[in-house]
Design a protein around this ligand. Structure first.
Ligand code: ATP
Length: 329
């Protein structure tokens, strides 16, 4: 029986040609899936379509568009157990990058055909679904500056330009971070709470790795004052993102918790998965194992075993000896 797949397609996303993209996607997926294509409209968003997909009993739900489309669709699929696929066609494609889903359309289609299911945590942030991360302070200011017009002109560079402009006006704030274990009080310029993070989200890279399926949120605190310290901290976070080592600069701290409340003085903007949602205080709670995503084979967890492809491979599962026999002598 052919599996039914419900494709949510945003024709307005990204800078490519939507018609060509859709024709290509159909050519790749129709031979394998019973594919229904549903285009988003300015007034029919991806989350409404994802709810429709669940109602109709879709066996796979696929979202194709920018992070706006992907996040809205994924949020609606949380808790349904239905495998969720992504065909990224946006500017930053943070969701795909965080889960190592290829951003090229051909490879992303291949992933849907021969990938594996990987169940990740999600979270709520002030009651809203959170897939990746919430930024408080600096990152939120950068998103404010990367407006739609400059995103259309410069793509990903818009965020970088926003970041450089914002570096000049780093503003400190006092923060109370209430975790499961402690109340941490600190002066910071940026606090990032991540469930999963793409390597480009450098402000989330305090810990060696942000693991998406450990039931925990990773908090990175950057307290750099002044331009020189900010650049040194940024360099350390870059190094952490590249090498998988934890950050060690004295202006960077990190911790883990299942739920977190952050209060700041003065109030700071919050950006949730790329969208400004308001100001602190913020309460974030992890929902372990909330979403099943289709990812390339082996990309979910750091591989601890790889055998396939070896010549003459044969793997025979061994039955464990019953305890009684083990104790016999
Ligand atoms: N048929 C449509 N015509 C015009 N706009 C649409 C349509 N469908 C959805 N939209 C709009 O697209 C936006 C979501 O875009 P999405 O985030 O998927 O892509 P993007 O903005 O190109 O990506 P990125 O944020 O990575 O640049 C929403 O604002 C939504 O209203």
């Amino acid at each position: 029986m052919t599996r039914s797949a419900f494709l949510i397609f945003n024709p307005a996303a990204g800078q490519g040609n939507a018609e060509t993209d859709l024709a290509f996607i159909k050519s790749q997926l129709e031979p394998v899936f019973d594919l229904g294509v549903h285009e988003t409209q300015p007034d029919t968003d991806a989350s409404q379509l994802a709810h429709l997909a669940i109602e109709q009993g879709a066996e796979v739900i696929i979202a194709s568009g920018g992070d706006g489309t992907v996040s809205a669709a994924a949020a609606a699929v949380i808790g349904s157990g239905i495998p969720f696929g992504v065909l990224p066609r946006g500017t930053a494609n943070a969701f795909a990058n965080a889960l190592k889903i290829p951003t090229g359309l051909a490879q992303a289609c291949e992933t849907l055909l021969d990938g594996m299911e990987y169940t990740v945590d999600v979270a709520t942030c002030n009651g809203k679904p959170m897939l990746l991360l919430a930024g408080i302070g600096f990152e939120a200011e950068v998103v404010k500056l990367a407006d739609r017009q400059s995103k259309d002109r410069f793509g990903l560079l818009a965020y970088v330009l926003g970041g450089v402009r914002e570096l000049r006006n780093l503003e400190k704030f006092h923060a109370e971070i209430d975790t499961d274990e402690n109340l941490v009080e600190v002066t910071a310029v940026a606090i990032t709470v991540a469930n999963a993070a793409p390597p480009s989200s450098i402000l989330a890279q305090g810990p060696a790795q942000v693991v998406a399926d450990d039931g925990l949120l990773d908090v990175t605190i950057v307290s750099a004052e002044g331009m020189t310290n900010a650049i040194a901290s940024a360099y350390d976070l870059f190094r952490s993102a590249l090498n998988g080592d934890a950050a060690s600069h004295r202006d960077i701290g990190y911790l883990q918790s299942r739920s977190i409340t952050i209060r700041t003085e003065p109030p700071q903007p919050i950006v949730l998965d790329g969208e400004l949602i308001g100001e602190t205080p913020v309460e974030i709670k992890c929902i372990p194992q909330g979403l099943t995503v289709i990812v390339p084979q082996q990309s979910g967890k750091p591989a601890s075993e790889r055998l396939e492809g070896l010549p003459d491979l044969k793997v025979t599962p061994k039955l464990k000896a019953p305890e009684a026999e083990e104790n016999q002598d």
